[in-house]
Every structure is written in structure tokens, then in C-alpha cells.
Design a protein around this ligand. Structure first.
Ligand code: NAP
Length: 313
């Protein structure tokens, strides 16, 4: 029983070395050095080339090396096998750090103070909104959304969560898919943490932005996206920033990555960019998780975080 790593767009060698160091006795191979394809029972993948998995006759399961699985479903020849994904405490903590950091930057007007500092301008901008007056809305109340929601609520933000199905969570107002517009109408700062699926692709568009609260303490609403670039329409974001429908966009993910140098987002005064690193993860921690998942499969158990093929997440 061999584990095959199929990785593109990341440097694959450190993954092989790490997993071999963590599990010296295990048969681990790195695509394209597959050896006998009939040995491979589990594939751990990141943006695998389409068709590669269909050529493995004894493959039993597919594990995404990230929390998202949109890259797995990009393969039109994907075998009909159980799919799992990474759920890792360290990754979740880091995503919440990014969310909390950027909410506080907006609440405390830090970008404005950075500009004033450059001009040696000692000015205290009032009114200074309180966290309790600031309505944060998280789209996607899964592993990442719930953790960020709890941490924001602890700081005192007025937090709501929106998901396909409604979840009951202490101290957080929650909305299901049918209540989307009510969720948007009470939201000053929208944080997208949904997976990229056929239903969520392009959902962060002009129509959605126009439904956000326009009467919040931050001024025009703030958009943050750390889910996937495919959720957003970047031309609509720029237009909404320019006409005041949005006050600011803080983006970790983009339609095309790396973000092309020609993108107007780079120099837009109302845009903050991070290079898809909101939840960089501790590699050993993820490596241990991957090996733990393979152990589970060998014991006849299912993945810790199984993906539902119909939902695409
Ligand atoms: N930027 C980064 O570095 C980074 C790192 C890690 C992950 N991510 C992204 O973050 C995403 C979320 O991760 P996770 O672990 O929190 O996923 P998760 O546990 O699967 O949660 C997904 C959430 O999105 C909701 N959702 C799905 N489709 C929806 C729809 N059409 N309308 C409304 N809500 C919908 C789900 O609703 P239900 O609760 O009703 O199922 C669930 O609450 C990943 O898919 C990945 O794309 C980004």
C-alpha cells in the first residue's frame, strides 16, 4: 500500500522529505515517479494534473493537501472515490489571526494613521467606533468561519454568520441561505470564507455589494476575501470602491494568482493585498495530519474531514 504525492505549483520535494522523515517505514512516492501504479492506494494532491488519478487502478481515496478541494474537482476525469481535506488547528488559528487583524485595522483606522504618520501629522480622528457597534458578517460558517466568529465576538464585535444551512452558535446571530439578504443588510464588514463551488463562484459581485449595510460606523462597507479568488468579480470590486458602494477591500485571494502586475488592485488606495498567505500552515503539523489520515484509512475508518462530492466541499 503506497501513498502517492501529486503536487504542482508548490515545491513537492520538501513534502516528500517531510513525510518520509515523519513516517520512515512508509512507502511514499512522488509523482511522476509513480513506480508500479497498482501499488498506489492513497493519493495526496495539490492541483494534480487532470487524468493522473484515473490511471491508478487500486486507488482507494484522495486527500487534498489544503483545506479547499476546488482544485481536486478541477479534474474532469476524477475517479469516484472518497475525498478528504486538511483540517488543522494551526491553519485555523492563523486564518483567525488574519481575520481579527484586518477587522481591527479597519475598526481602529490604522491605514489612515499610517498615512498621517508619513506626513508627521499628529491627529486623533473622531468619532472612534467601538467593536460592539461594528457589524461583522462571515460568509461560510465551517471550520474557519466559526473559529474566526468566536474570536471576533470575544473582542466585542457584533458578529453574524451565514452558511448554506443555519447553525446555532452562542453569542453569534446566524443566517441560512434563504436569509442571505437580511444577513447582508446588517453587515458593515463582510468576510468571505466559503469554499469555491459552482454555486459560490462569482458571488462577490456588484449586486451583493449593493445589499450590504450603507449606514455602518465604518462608513461604506468593507469586503474581505480569504476564501478563494474565484468567489470574487474583481472588475466589480474596483467599480464598487470607485463609486463608494464599498469602502475598502482586503483581499488574500485573487481570480488569477499570482496577482498580475497589471491589476488595478495593486495600486488602488482602498485595497489591501496579502499574497494568499492568510492561513499558511505549519508544514509538520499538516504532514502529521496527512499521515494520520492514511493510518485511519488503513484501519478501515473514513477521512476526518470527508468532502461531499455533490456539494463540492
Ligand atoms: N486563503 C487561504 O490561505 C485559505 C486557507 C484555507 C482555506 N481557505 C478557503 O476557506 C474555505 C473554507 O474552509 P473551511 O475549512 O471553513 O470549510 P468548511 O468547514 O467546509 O466550511 C464551509 C462553509 O461554507 C458554507 N457554504 C458552502 N457553500 C455555500 C453556499 N453556496 N452558500 C453559503 N454558504 C456556503 C458551508 O455551509 P454549511 O455549514 O451549511 O455546510 C460551511 O459553513 C476553503 O474551502 C478554502 O477555499 C483559504
Amino acid at each position: 500500500m503506497a501513498l502517492l504525492l501529486v503536487i504542482t505549483q508548490w515545491d513537492p520535494k520538501p513534502w516528500l522529505e517531510r513525510l518520509k522523515r515523519l513516517a520512515p517505514g512508509r512507502d511514499i512516492r512522488l509523482w511522476p515517479d509513480v513506480g508500479d501504479p497498482s501499488d498506489i492506494t492513497v493519493a495526496a494532491v495539490w492541483k494534480h494534473p487532470p487524468g493522473v488519478l484515473a490511471g491508478l487502478p487500486n486507488l482507494k481515496a484522495i486527500l487534498s493537501l489544503g483545506a479547499g478541494v476546488d482544485h481536486v474537482f478541477a479534474d474532469p476525469g476524477l475517479p469516484d472515490l472518497p475525498i478528504g481535506r486538511v483540517v488543522d488547528r494551526d491553519l485555523t488559528n492563523r486564518m483567525s489571526e488574519w481575520v481579527v487583524l484586518h477587522c481591527l485595522i479597519h475598526l481602529r483606522r490604522q491605514r489612515l494613521y499610517d498615512a498621517l504618520q508619513r506626513d508627521r501629522d499628529w491627529r486623533d480622528i473622531r468619532p472612534a467606533p467601538a467593536a460592539r457597534e461594528t457589524r461583522v458578517g462571515i460568509m461560510g460558517m465551517g471550520v474557519l468561519g466559526q473559529d474566526a466568529a468566536k474570536k471576533l465576538a470575544m473582542i466585542g464585535f457584533e458578529v453574524a454568520g451565514y452558511s448554506r444551512t443555519r447553525h446555532d452558535l452562542d453569542g453569534i446571530s446566524t443566517f441560512g441561505e434563504a436569509e442571505r439578504d437580511a444577513f447582508l443588510a446588517r453587515t458593515d464588514c463582510l468576510i468571505a470564507l466559503t469554499p469555491l463551488t459552482p454555486r459560490t463562484r462569482g458571488m462577490l459581485n456588484r449586486d451583493l455589494f449593493s445589499r450590504l449595510a450603507q449606514n455602518g460606523v465604518l462608513g461604506p462597507p468593507v469586503l474581505m476575501n480569504a476564501g478563494r479568488g474565484g468567489l470574487q468579480n474583481e472588475a466589480d470590486i474596483v467599480a464598487a470602491l470607485d463609486d463608494g458602494t464599498l469602502g475598502h477591500a482586503t483581499l488574500d485571494v485573487f481570480e488569477t494568482e499570482p496577482l498580475p502586475a497589471s491589476s488595478p488592485l495593486w495600486t488602488h488606495p482602498k485595497v489591501t493585498i496579502t499574497p494568499h498567505n492568510s492561513a499558511i500552515s505549519d508544514e509538520d503539523s499538516v504532514g502529521r495530519f496527512v499521515l494520520g489520515e492514511v493510518d485511519r484509512l488503513e484501519k478501515g475508518l473514513t477521512f476526518t474531514a470527508p468532502v461531499e462530492r455533490d456539494r463540492r466541499y
